[in-house]
Ligand binder design. Structure first.
Ligand code: NAP
Ligand code: ZN
Ligand code: ZN
Length: 349
């Protein structure tokens, strides 16, 4: 086992603090990765504070990992020393169910192995995430980071990027579609960039009026401040697709009314439950759906798409010592648009 510096939450009510974990030696099919950067996702906060229930402590969050391969097991075929790679939200799955076989491992019938806040396939060894200096992962769950992408700006693609790319593709967003992105945070700003790169006409709906200029700079054509009450009346029936990335409870019904007939709103944000009325769905045969990250194959496709279209995350790089402050700032919507931890700060500190 390899003693590895990390940052962990000891419980749902304590701040993250320095902590030491053990990583396994690389098995025959494993690669060992020295972590360079790790993005900070709002799911890290939800889980570190046990907002979804069932959190496993101590918890080392982090599932937007970029690093360098420093060791490969003897049976590894895909990777060699020095490769720049990524690890996203899961590090294993059953590999046998229909979901796994079709490359949708995130929907594994046996449950995927989360990168952190989960257990390995043995059901008892806890997994620890990217707020640490290294990780050992089966080669099949590792992604290639294209050379064209700056590493710290690529890290958030491993969750925020794929979580927004996947529903845009799955629901067939196409050139010229009117797409609304609700919430301009880590996921939201990637949704704007990706939908724009796919040729859609993007509108940002935000409860922060001060984000207007950023939204337009990121690729949106229009910006609606949702605190202005007339906005919902004036834009009824306007959009072909709505991607809701908001992390706090809000009124889904109001947003559903902004869809055209037969169109779909997809939830990727995971706040506490909020009431849902039948009428907005029934009256115009609208659909409400959800979407969970993306599989390994599609994540690689997304990374390659980003390299090809010059898409990467807008980031604020922080040392790990500022992680608790970063969480507080995210809760206030004060991040433009993803915190990324420089893991070198953990090696020194
Ligand atoms: P984030 O960076 O904190 O952004 C969330 C955004 O939601 C904020 O920037 C803000 O945008 C909006 N918001 C926050 N509080 C609000 C409030 N009280 N009322 C209205 N809007 C509010 O978070 P993130 O990392 O993008 O994650 C967003 C959500 O997606 C989280 O719930 C996370 O757990 C979930 N998630 C889901 C998946 C999946 O696979 N489905 C994957 C990753 C994350 P404005 O200021 O523009 O309003
Ligand atoms: Zn995430
Ligand atoms: Zn499976």
């Amino acid at each position: 086992m390899l003693k590895t510096p990390a940052y962990a939450a000891a419980s749902a009510t304590t701040p993250l603090e320095p902590f030491s974990i053990e990583r396994r030696e690389a098995g025959p099919r494993d690669v060992r990765i020295d972590i360079l950067y790790c993005g900070v996702c709002h799911s890290d906060i939800h889980q570190a504070r046990d907002e979804w229930g069932g959190s496993i402590f101590p918890m080392v969050p982090g599932h937007e990992i970029v690093g360098t391969v420093v060791k490969v097991g003897e049976a590894v075929e895909k990777w060699k020393l020095g490769d720049t790679v990524g690890v996203g939200c899961f590090v294993d799955s059953c590999r046998e169910c229909e979901a796994c076989k079709t490359g949708e491992e995130q929907y594994c019938a046996q449950g995927m192995t989360l990168t952190y806040n989960g257990y390995e396939r043995d059901g008892k060894t806890p997994t620890y995430g990217g707020y640490s200096t290294r990780i050992t992962v089966d080669e099949a769950y590792v992604l290639r980071i294209p050379q064209a992408l700056p590493l710290e700006r690529a890290a958030p693609l491993l969750c925020a990027g794929i979580t927004t790319y996947s529903p845009l593709r799955h629901f067939g967003v196409k050139v010229g579609d009117q797409v609304a992105v609700v919430g301009l945070g880590g996921l939201g700003h990637m949704a704007v960039k990706l939908a724009d790169a796919m040729g859609a006409r993007v509108t940002v709906l935000s409860h922060s009026p001060g984000k207007r200029e950023d939204a337009l700079r990121l690729g949106a054509q229009d910006f609606l401040a949702t605190r202005e009450t007339d906005v919902f009346k004036e834009n009824a029936g306007r959009f072909d697709f709505i991607l809701d990335t908001v992390s706090a409870p809000h009124d889904y019904n109001a947003y559903l009314n902004l869809l055209r007939r037969d169109r779909t709103m997809v939830l990727v944000g995971m706040p506490d439950p909020a009431p849902l009325a039948a009428a907005p769905l029934v009256m115009q045969r609208r659909r409400l759906a959800g979407s969970l990250i993306g599989g390994i194959r599609e994540t690689q496709e997304m990374l390659d798409f980003c390299a090809e279209h010059g898409v990467a995350s807008d980031v604020e790089v922080i040392p790990i010592q500022q992680i608790n402050e970063a969480y507080e700032r995210m809760l206030k919507g004060d991040v433009r648009y993803r915190f990324v931890i420089d893991i070198a700060s953990l090696k020194q500190g």
